[in-house]
Design a protein around this ligand. Structure first.
Ligand SMILES: [Zn+2]
Length: 337
């Protein structure tokens, strides 16, 4: 941004040039100290018979020894155009090739993310913690360890409970779930809930889009909903030996994708796997159009409806697919092909 200070602007736009651009009627001197008739004849009802107006200080200041008017570029604009001083300063800065402070102030402010309040004891999981999470959700321990290696999974204490926490290196969004699988008890305005959003989170940020490693080699993105499906996506990508798909999760179905993050979908083939419920289906169509507009190579969605788990109950999300019955396993092949 080319934003001048007032002093720089004054040096850059000398008064003789400014006067010409303002259409000042009288003689315009091109050097310091040359006296001419006052540029403000209205101050001289009887005429400025003895020319007493001059520029000085390297053509940066004007003064009339008769009527007493004096000042610098902004003052000249204020008098010549009858503008309040503040507007005259802005006009002067713009004329000198800068940006008016008002224009700067009226620009849409960049959304500042509050610092993410991750627990103080947030740490890499021990082997026991990795095994415990794998057992709790039906993931392979390898997938849990890989998530941790990608910098998208940690462990720590939230509201007194040992938790697993997903986030990414952007540190813009994180959510925690209890290691014992129970709900968080109601706290203040918060109801009992299975997922606790870490304070400072921006729900619009897709977790996983900024892992610790470079994402250049990934030609595909698998976009899922929520932290459990996120680790499940990693689980299935490993299971199907797919190494060119980056797993990414929106931690909630109601949000549009952060405009900075959605750019990172450009040029990639994107598969969206949302929950098989109304909110999930709504999310798919919203994200689909947003990602397509951002220039993804193609966007497809996979619907989990109709799949059954080993116990015969319907699959609701990707995490449920770790318990998929044998007859439906081939569906997953298609899902990740
Ligand atoms: Zn004068």
């Amino acid at each position: 941004m080319n934003n001048l200070s007032l002093d720089e602007a004054i040096q850059r736009l000398p008064l003789n040039t400014l006067a010409r651009r303002l259409g000042i009627g009288g003689e315009i001197p091109d050097r310091d100290g040359k006296t001419v008739s006052c540029w403000f004849p209205e101050n001289h009802p009887n005429g400025d018979r003895n020319p007493s107006f001059n520029l000085h200080s390297g053509l940066t200041r004007f003064k009339c020894f008769s009527c007493g008017i004096e000042g610098r570029g902004p003052d000249l604009i204020a008098h010549a155009l009858h503008l309040p001083q503040h507007e005259a300063v802005n006009r002067f800065l713009v004329m000198a090739g800068g940006v008016s402070p008002d224009a700067v102030a009226s620009r849409p402010k960049e959304v500042k993310h509050k610092p993410l309040a991750l627990p103080a004891d947030c740490h890499k999981g021990t082997e026991a913690e990795i095994e415990a999470l794998a057992a709790l959700r039906g993931f392979s321990p390898h997938a849990v360890a890989l998530a941790q290696g990608m910098g998208v999974l940690g462990f720590g204490t939230v509201h007194g409970f040992p938790c697993w926490i997903v986030s990414d290196t952007s540190r813009k969004n994180a959510e925690a779930r209890r290691m014992d699988g129970h709900l968080f008890p109601p706290i203040g305005d918060l109801k009992g809930r299975k997922v606790h959003t870490i304070k400072g989170s921006s729900k619009a940020w897709p977790v996983g889009i900024q892992p610790v490693h470079s994402t250049e080699r990934f030609t595909k993105i698998v976009l899922v909903e929520g932290s459990a499906d996120f680790i499940a996506a990693i689980h299935f990508l490993i299971d199907h030996e797919i190494w060119d798909a980056l797993p990414v999760a929106m931690l909630g179905s109601k949000c549009r994708i952060d405009p900075d993050a959605v750019k990172l979908f450009r040029g990639r083939a994107v598969k969206i796997i949302a929950h098989d419920d109304e909110a999930g289906r709504g999310a798919v169509s919203g994200w689909n159009s947003q990602i397509a507009e951002a220039g993804a190579e193609r966007v497809t969605a996979f619907n989990l409806a109709g799949l059954l788990m080993k116990d015969g109950s319907p699959v609701k999300d990707l995490n449920d697919c770790v318990h998929l019955r044998a007859e439906d396993q081939s569906e997953l092949e298609g899902l990740f092909s």
